[in-house]
Design a protein around this ligand. Sequence first.
Ligand SMILES: Nc1nc2c(ncn2[C@@H]2O[C@H](COP(=O)(O)OP(=O)(O)O)[C@@H](O)[C@H]2O)c(=O)[nH]1
Ligand SMILES: [Mg+2]
Length: 448
Amino acid sequence: MNEASPSTKKDDYHSALDAVRRAIEQFRACSEEERRVLQRDLDELEQMSEKLVSGRVEIVVFGEISTGKSALVNALVGDDLTQVNIQGGWTKDLWHVPWEGIGYCVPGFANSQVVLIDTPGLNEVDGAERTEMARSAAERADLVLFVTDSDLNETEYGALEDLVACHKPILLVLNKTDLYRPEEIQQLLGLFRGPRFASMLDAKNVLTSQADPREVQYVIESADGSTRNEWRKPKPKVEELRTRILEVLEAEGKSLLALNGAMFAADKSDRMAALRVRLRENAAAITIWKFAVTKSLAVALNPLPAVDVLGGTAVDATMVVTLGRIYGIDITTSNARALVASILKAAGWVMLSEAVVSYASSAFKALTVGYGSIATALPQGAAAGYGSYIVGEAARYYFQHGASWGSESPKRVVTQILESTDKQSVLERLKTEIKKRISLNPYAGDAP
Ligand SMILES: Nc1nc2c(ncn2[C@@H]2O[C@H](COP(=O)(O)OP(=O)(O)O)[C@@H](O)[C@H]2O)c(=O)[nH]1
Ligand SMILES: [Mg+2]
């Protein structure tokens, strides 16, 4: 057994375990909403921690349907543990088969275990979910046996590239060599060991096997000299593969486990960070829209002229406080008002013209004894809501950058937001909202 440089390997291993545990802590501190999405990741991290603590090596058998994966697991373990479906069917779930016979033990782990994991086939008809399951099993594998029975098709090649990209150690197994002539086998091996695969596979890691060779006809001679023909199944040939697996494990089993654990933890942490950003941005977008609608309605329905212009600022300030909270930033109402004012100022003439429109129709409303007609309420309300929408987006930018405009001026930020916003569609959506609410509100409506 290879005990080389135990100190460095021990460090790698323990830092991997630490990384997994830290990720678990992070996940446990999640909000409930995050937890709902991330529960499976947390479970997987806990499994990874348990795997590292016990020193379990996972070898995942991966490849297209009917290439002989299940047969290979059987042949390697030397037992009828998994079912080989003659129809070329699939293994429904992942099969975890303990492989004691391999005789490998992770240095320093008396109870360590090697497990072969049989996966359903890649690229099955209607099998997207199972393909996904196979992929995720391969992604957490310490070592992958990539099984094929011919040159790789596009799906297989892509899957191989993906595994290489996530730094999986891979043995490519050309199975069913009993079906090929020797020169055909050489040709295929030449291909897998050739330039197309050179960056993905080490030539030593391209192997052949016959997991379940088909029957061959034997001529049996009896003592009396008579002969008869008999069909017999030859024994599986998996020795070369088995030897290579053991070699790889002995040379680097422990560091493979460490590498895998560390990558797994890093990957999960990234996922969590990405999800946090997504949830936060979602919440921010919903908040902005909600306040924009609120302001639209306030302006469209409120018969008091002054509120049209001034009341909106109170709504905007509350929106800004709410947004700040989403980004973990506490802002007082008076600071929120100041922020709104600076955004409005930065928006310059756009907001000014909105105010003018608003003021003009306020005067009109006052004249019609508090009843604006829908004809004026709609555009006026929508325009006011649009203003809030822009203020919200600008405030969102400000909070995204840690309550600062970063290297930009507020004017530039607001200008960019105005340029990238589809004003017409925001206005239309707001009008739809207003119409919906007004038709539900018996006190508001068209002037007769
Ligand atoms: N001729 C031949 N057939 C094989 C070999 N290995 C597996 N098979 C056959 O290929 C078919 C599919 O095997 P299976 O293990 O179910 O493939 P899986 O879908 O990849 O798990 C079965 O009929 C097996 O008997 C082999 O080495 N030679
Ligand atoms: Mg199978």
